[in-house]
Design a protein around this ligand. Sequence first.
Ligand SMILES: [Zn+2]
Length: 263
Amino acid sequence: MRVDRILAPNPGPYTGPGTNTYLISSDGCAVVLDPGPVIDSHVAAIERAAEAFELLSVLVTHTHPDHAPAANLLGSRFEVPVLGFAPGPEFEPTSTLADGDIVEVGDVMMTAVHTPGHTDDHLCYRIADVVFTGDHIMGGSTVIIEDAAAYMRSLEKVRDLQPAHLYPGHGPEFDNASAAITEYINHRLERERQILDAIRKGAATVADIVRVVYVDIDDALIPAAAFQVRTQLEKLEDDGRLTWLRGAADEEEIVRLVEETRS
Ligand SMILES: [Zn+2]
């Protein structure tokens, strides 16, 4: 198997250096993973790279606008199937993939691994000890999580596959996969501890918690941080760790810890 990375020219706070489009090939055949946004120069670069192979399909990890919109365009130009977990705003799969489904790449088989958390529709793809992680695990940019409990379970799911190499949707590849995944899991647990600690010390609203937990954050990322705190509070509420009275305005909102008993 050979992996070629084609970097999309869409750098930013949520995309790091840009989206990693992968051309994964074996035995003269290839698939394109996460073709990214429709940017002419990027689409042309993918086409040039793919022309050396028999292209079999175009895949996406999820339907975010930095990953999926060029998929249908490439699918029709090469007349190949377009595959992903579910349709999205700018993505219409010719057929959908579920957890455990197999996608052929020449003489190797790639397995779809459903990894909800970043989004409900997120798939990683595994070939032997290599996992393409999309935005589930990414190098050097902010991972936004929609469901903290599902995200944690999906991190454990990928860890349990015991991969050696990770190819993320943004940033450089990871050669020490288990260390990277452990770091991600520990980071989530640490955030949870920081949020509980902030509430214990008097933070009672999402805005309070953001101020305490995300101290040196760029202003542009504050809405994303608030979204992450809300996601984490939902999980902690489900876990029975706190009560969260939601208000339309910050000052109407009250987050309280459920009485902690110590043994
Ligand atoms: Zn994403």
